[in-house]
Design a protein around this ligand. Sequence first.
Ligand code: PGA
Length: 242
Amino acid sequence: MRRMIAGNWKMNMLADGAAQLAGALRRGAAGKGGVGLSCELLVCPPATVLAAVAHALLGSACRVGAQDCHAEASGAHTGDLSAPMLRDAGATHVILGHSERRANHGETDAVVQAKVHAATRAGLVPIVCVGETLAEREGGWAESVVAGQLAGSLPHGFEGLVAYEPVWAIGSGRTPTEADIAAMHAAIRHRVGPSIRILYGGSVKPENAAAILALPEVGGALVGGASLDAQSFLAIAAACPA
Ligand code: PGA
């Protein structure tokens, strides 16, 4: 399966910075062979610049996703954005159930699953995030926590991607051991079947990307901090095994 390197810009980038980063990605991806890159590229900017970034990357090897969507297609939901709106703005994918949304917005597995349905109905490819906290890992429950999140968040017949992101590895500079990443990816594979790509996320950088991306069942990476710099994001993409 072709790997995917997805950038999650989170709540970063004003218009100027987003345009510069998109331009650098467009040039960089083309320079590395464009569609000949061994991986798929995706960036998920904040919604305010999504349309501009999608426009800037039109026809390039890099696609554009959103960071969240509402479970309904339209209606009285002040401040929310629906999947059809994000599709209309140029998104092809949407990150759902990121741990920052689960923690800061109280998103449950049931909420995430409703959003997966909404995304799929709108023609967006969902990237569903799962992952344990440090206390859960230290308690020996990491696999059962992730299994529960998968069971609750993924509808029957799910089509999309899963991102395994240990909460304690996000933005911390810490990563699980390669053996732990491989073990969790194998456990997820066992539950989601053969056709779902499983990304690893949490402090992926150019320095550790090659080792992580070469692990069995790792189908790519979801990259936060290092995706805000075109050079490091492209270096991670270049670390994908052919
Ligand atoms: P990080 O974030 O790469 O900055 O750790 C990953 C994520 O939250 O998706």
